[in-house]
Design a protein around this ligand. Structure first.
Ligand code: HAM
Length: 468
């Protein structure tokens, strides 16, 4: 069989300054959508830190991971989050798909989790069912710092149990998350009762606010008829002032709801968690019953986009979308807001460790040998960096030091002939010749030694800290 001569391929040359500007101009019309964010490699350490912490807590508290689609039937959110809420009224991305069905990009996940609970017969599992999730959500609101049109949440939900200890343990779990990542927060808590105690309260509230109608913002004037409870958590200064004197829902709770709330607080007290009773905390989603809570940055005035997380009990949600009566509770937190806070407060987060070793090569045979050596290291779980497309050793070693790699393996024509490799300590530049057959155990030995030295240095630093 005759082989066709290999086609000459022009090497990909990186653009020079003028070409780069031209390319940038050409793509000027293509840009990120407003309110959307790229999560760049330099930020991944924050995302890893948060999701690792969420997964660890999920395992510790026996939650299983659940993932639901980013798109659902529009009616799911209309019937749960509520037709008259800001989220459904103003913020959902809703469109008709090619099959003529109205679909919505999920603005939150509690409704989807409840749908999945019904659809997959979770009611037949031992109750309660405990799940956690993280993923992207979509709300078309005015973008600003901490408020995006695509944002990430993680959340924990407990379905099938009404005992107040569940609410308290969820609040505690949220508290433990923030403690684990090193952020100080304040827990705000309230009870908005069940539909029957809320009905009594609703009238009292409307009477109070109606008498102040002239001074309410336009949104609150509409809320008077559509969603009076939300008058209490308006962020407008004028409305907040009026709310100060408003009747408080805790004074209108029925006996069972009051007892439930008292017990939630007693469990929290026994866990020694600090919290603030906040009578204005009614939350912006219609499905809540009884306990509501939010996590705010510590010692700060709340603004519309500063709440780091929120949740509560939603005893009627599962039934409202066709399931059996299923009491439930949960919370979710906004990842971007948490990361902003970590950065503002300079909270140290674990760094993604540099690769263990860099493979540098000179010449075609060495490059081929290095491709194989890379796999050998990878199989032995030694993390390798490389820049196989480069020819110059100097360039390759400079890349190795930029990546913070401690050891480099150098392979050239001479080493191939001798069956050796050079091993270079990147800190002091000392190079040694090693038998190529022994390279993997030798690298492992040196890495362990380096790790031991680093640990010793760390302990010494800590001891010095103690003495000072
Ligand atoms: P939520 O209060 O609407 O509750 O959202 C929870 C958190 O998501 C907020 O505290 C905030 O940190 C973040 N968040 C919300 N909207 C945005 C946005 N536009 N940009 C950035 N971050 C945002 C819920 O979603 C409920 N599903 C929580 C829940 C779970 N209740 C019971 N279980």
């Amino acid at each position: 069989m005759s082989r066709k001569p290999a086609k000459k391929i022009k090497a990909e040359i990186p653009p020079n300054k003028e070409e780069a500007t031209e390319l940038k101009n050409k793509s000027a019309n293509l840009h990120l959508l407003k309110g959307m964010k790229d999560i760049l490699p330099s930020d991944q350490k924050y995302w890893d830190f948060i999701f690792d912490t969420v997964r660890n807590l999920g395992t510790d508290y026996s939650y299983s991971r659940i993932e639901t689609p980013v798109m659902e039937q529009t009616n799911l959110f209309v019937r749960t989050v509520g037709k008259e809420t800001d989220i459904v009224e103003k913020e959902v991305y809703t469109f008709t798909d090619k099959g003529g069905e109205s679909v919505t990009l999920r603005p939150e996940n509690t409704a989807s989790v409840a749908r999945a609970y019904n659809e997959h017969g979770f009611i037949t599992f031992p109750q309660p069912v405990k799940v956690y999730y993280y993923g992207p959500f979509f709300r078309y609101s005015r973008p600003q710092s901490g408020r995006y049109r695509q944002f990430w949440q993680f959340g924990f939900e407990v379905l099938g149990e009404e005992h107040p200890v569940v609410d308290a343990q969820l609040v505690f779990l949220a508290h433990q998350f923030f403690k684990a990542i090193g952020l100080k927060v304040s827990i705000q808590i309230n009870s908005i009762g069940c539909p029957s105690c809320r009905e009594n309260f609703r009238q009292v509230l409307v009477d109070y606010f109606r008498s102040k109608k002239r001074n309410l913002c336009e949104d609150c004037k509409r809320r008077l008829t559509k969603n009076p409870l939300r008058l209490l958590d308006c962020k407008e200064a004028g409305c907040q002032e009026i709310s100060q004197e408003a009747p408080q829902i805790v004074d209108y709770l029925c006996e069972e709801c009051r007892e439930h709330f008292v017990q939630v607080l007693e469990y929290l007290d026994s866990l020694e968690v600090a919290y603030t009773l906040n009578p204005y905390l009614v939350r912006g989603l219609d499905y809540y019953t009884r306990t509501t809570f939010e996590i705010w940055p510590e010692a700060e005035e709340i603004s519309a986009q500063s709440s780091l997380g929120g949740g509560g009990r939603y005893d009627n949600l599962v039934e409202s979308i066709g399931g059996r009566p299923t009491p439930a509770a949960g919370f979710a937190c906004g990842v971007e807001r948490i990361i902003l806070r970590l950065k503002n407060k300079n909270v140290p987060v674990p760094q993604i460790p540099p690769p263990d070793v860099f493979l540098a090569q000179l010449g075609v045979s060495a490059r081929k040998e290095c491709l194989k050596l890379f796999e050998k290291f990878r199989e032995k779980k030694i993390r390798v960096a490389e820049d196989f497309a480069k020819d110059g050793i100097k360039d390759q070693l400079s890349r190795a030091s930029k990546q913070g790699v401690k050891l480099a393996i150098i392979l050239g024509q001479k080493e191939i002939l001798d069956g050796t490799v050079l091993i270079r300590d990147m800190e002091d530049g000392v190079q040694e010749v090693i038998d190529a057959q022994k390279i993997v155990p030798e690298v492992r030995k040196r890495l362990e030694k380096l790790k031991g030295e680093e640990k010793g240095d760390e302990e010494e630093k800590q001891d010095e800290g103690k003495v000072n």
